[in-house]
Design a protein around this ligand. Structure first.
Ligand code: ZN
Length: 290
């Protein structure tokens, strides 16, 4: 997906944290990494990474705005600035679209780039967890190194829309936090028809809805942020959605009862439903099996 070179970005929408020191997860790194890998693009890390909060009363790194990211040209040139471009577009989209899913008090989530490890309102997290949304501090956390993993470890095509899809999915979890779906669906069940999978598929659906409308989002001066999405770019986003399907991550003989995010087929299906019907079509809780 290509940004209009002259569009103005809002650098304050994404903040970069310094690489944390002393946030390590102790001796259990391997075990925790293996466990958390199943949480890719996940929702709720509460209790998973131990402790929670900020140890020893140290001050949380508030991060620095990505001031080098001023224009669409910057977004086309660097992945960090693409995150700013994505945030600028997603915020503009959801300001208008949130009421259609019953949210009348929409506000912008915090969005932090980090590397290796960081402290969050949901506990300490390492990059092994993949990008995630923490409802406790209404923040998205992302290490752009994940995009390399998407291509090399999970076999996605890559491409800029695949990167933006990941952000749009996490933004979708923020919307779900505001609709109350995140809170009401936290039953700890797994499997293809579990509430947890329905939450993930709805976030994919919201990502598809944004994708279809993205070229209609504007910068603060009214300049369109993005050029019209191409079919090839949509295929790249679908490839990313499939790559993080539970059956792909867990293997072909995976036990579907352990699924937390849905199969490759389910994730692609709901992205397309959102793409074609908008966020109002994203009721992943209605069908017996979504
Ligand atoms: Zn998710």
């Amino acid at each position: 997906m290509t940004f209009n070179d002259r569009a103005r970005l809002d650098p304050s929408k994404v903040k970069r944290r310094r690489t944390a020191t002393g946030v390590g997860v102790g001796g259990g790194v391997g075990l925790i990494a293996v466990f958390l890998i199943s949480q890719l693009l996940g929702v709720d890390l509460t209790g998973l990474v131990g402790g929670g909060g900020v140890p020893g009363g140290t001050t949380q790194d508030q991060g620095q705005a990505l001031e080098e990211c001023q224009t669409g040209e910057d977004a086309n040139a660097s992945v960090d600035c693409r995150m700013v471009g994505a945030a600028t577009s997603l915020d503009d989209y959801w300001l208008e679209a949130a009421p259609t899913v019953g949210v009348n008090d929409y506000f912008t989530p915090e969005f932090y780039l980090f590397s290796q490890a960081t402290q969050t309102g949901c506990g300490n997290a390492t990059s092994a967890v993949g990008p995630f949304y923490c409802p406790a501090d209404t923040s998205i956390y992302l290490d752009t190194g994940f995009y390399e993993d998407l291509r090399t470890r999970f076999g996605a095509n890559g491409g800029s829309l695949a990167e933006l899809y990941v952000v749009a999915h996490e933004w979708g979890h923020h919307i779900q936090n505001l609709t109350g779906v995140l809170e009401s669906s936290r039953d700890g069940e797994t499997g293809p028809a579990s509430a947890g999978v329905r939450v993930e598929l709805q976030a994919d659906c919201y990502a598809g809805a944004w994708t279809a409308a993205a070229s209609g989002t504007d910068d603060p001066s009214g300049t369109p942020l993005l050029e019209t999405v191409t079919d090839a770019q949509v295929r790249d986003a679908l490839s990313a959605a499939a790559a993080v399907g539970d059956d792909r991550i867990q293997g072909t003989d995976a036990n579907s009862h352990t699924w937390t995010h849905g199969s490759a087929e389910q994730r692609q299906k709901w992205f397309i439903i959102g793409y074609q019907n908008g966020p109002g079509g994203c009721d992943t809780f209605a069908p017996a099996v979504p």
